[in-house]
Design a protein around this ligand. Structure first.
Ligand SMILES: Nc1ncnc2c1ncn2[C@@H]1O[C@H](COP(=O)(O)OP(=O)(O)O)[C@@H](O)[C@H]1O
Ligand SMILES: [Mg+2]
Length: 278
């Protein structure tokens, strides 16, 4: 393949005028991320099959499905942890050839996993900059890091944190989620993937995290949100993607769905109330 002139990554090729493997070729450049016929096998186990998904910028895509449906495997393919066994991944209309966590991160894909990977014994600022501390004349620029952290939390409307010098271990679940998201966003992320961010949270903390999700979208960031909670999904999502037994059985604007059709799609992979391919 020819090299990609505008990209720092040699693994990306311009295909904005090329046809992907099925119809809808003319639209692919409008999306931040598109998957075409993506599959992932583990030996004989087909974890996901023929997944076509389009993720626009500045919108929240809720990814739903029963346990074992393939949601986590799908996001791990997107975030570069698993190389797909087949299919194509497009980023801004260009095909991504070799996809690793590092390359995904360079493209602007950030994933917030359920365990959040925060250090309880460090404060918020230290967690934000873990592994990429700002140095000025070989000294950690604590003042800059602290100011930048405060500004980012303010931008993200995270208002419940008393001090950025608080230990992360002392924060509530919702606040910890907010810090993990803020850390992801700090790296110029354009797509933030969140795996069940509200699963362990109470009502008001869940509301905080959902507000944060909307704030990200308002800043033009695309969010893929895995959730089991359909109330949350219908509150916060612009688009829905439903997985069933490893296949993405339906995806499209949230207005195409209601809770009845979402439950039907999750449990049977079909619904006469909503389209099963968009
Ligand atoms: N590393 C793996 N090795 C083998 N099978 C896996 C692996 N990861 C996931 N699977 C299988 O892939 C399917 C989808 O799993 P997963 O994506 O974790 O589902 P969920 O929708 O609950 O996140 C399941 O059948 C699971 O057992
Ligand atoms: Mg999972």
């Amino acid at each position: 393949m020819s090299s990609a002139p505008e990209s720092s990554s040699s693994s990306v090729t311009d295909v904005s005028h090329a046809a992907p493997s099925d119809s809808g070729a003319e639209d692919i450049g409008d999306y931040l991320l598109s998957l075409r016929e993506v599959a992932k096998n583990f030996g004989p186990v087909q974890a996901i099959r023929r997944v076509d998904l389009d993720v626009p910028p500045g919108q929240v895509t809720a990814l739903i499905g029963d346990n074992g449906a393939g949601k986590s495997v799908l996001i791990k393919c997107i975030s570069g942890i698993y190389p797909p066994s087949a299919g194509q991944i497009f980023w801004k209309g260009r095909e991504v050839h070799s996809h690793s966590p590092r390359e995904a991160s360079e493209l602007g894909i950030a994933t917030v996993y359920q365990d959040l990977a925060l250090c309880d014994n460090l404060d918020i600022v230290q967690n934000m900059y873990l592994g990429r501390e700002e140095t000025r004349i070989a000294v950690l620029d604590e003042i800059k890091m602290e100011l930048d952290t405060k500004e980012l939390l303010k931008d993200l409307a995270v208002s419940t944190v008393k001090s950025v010098r608080q230990l992360v271990g002392s924060l509530s679940g919702g606040q910890r989620q907010a810090i993990a998201v803020a850390r992801a966003v700090m790296r110029d992320s354009q797509l933030v993937i969140m795996d069940e961010p509200t699963a362990a949270l109470g009502v008001s903390q869940t509301a905080q995290v959902l507000d944060l999700v909307r704030t990200l979208a308002a800043r033009g960031i695309a969010v893929i949100l895995i959730s089991h909670n359909l109330n949350d999904v219908f509150k916060v999502a612009d688009r829905l993607a439903v997985m069933h037994l490893g296949e993405l059985v339906s995806h499209g604007p949230i207005s195409n769905y209601d809770t009845v059709s979402a439950v039907e799609l999750i449990t049977t992979g079909q619904s006469h109330r909503s389209p099963t391919s968009v």
